[in-house]
Design a protein around this ligand. Sequence first.
Ligand SMILES: [Zn+2]
Length: 129
Amino acid sequence: MGKYGQHIREDKAVLTQPRCPFCSTLFERPREISTKLSFFSGGICGCGAVYSYDPTRNNMGEAFMDALVHACGEDWDLAMSLESEKDYEEKFVVYKELDHSLSSKAVSSNPKDRIVNMIFVRLKNQQRT
Ligand SMILES: [Zn+2]
């Protein structure tokens, strides 16, 4: 994974409602999600998408893995065997915690988009163990 941590200046991006990029349902504020090993900040949408929020943007690779593994029911082996696009989809957004909103400019499918701080992952086949 590349460098995710670069800080950029906030611009005047239009804020928009916090909706899941997959199903457009409003999602809840990130909360502490327990995993086998520790926890991450995020949540689960009704459509099965798992989101992971990293306010520092420093560990987006880790945030992504947390979301993917959680989507796989904490099955690391399964998570590692999955391929992007084929087995799961990922979306990257800029979440504004203060307003509980998204920056409309930043919905992106590009993980190198350095301003993103929240990742949504949804399995295509909803494999669960
Ligand atoms: Zn959703």
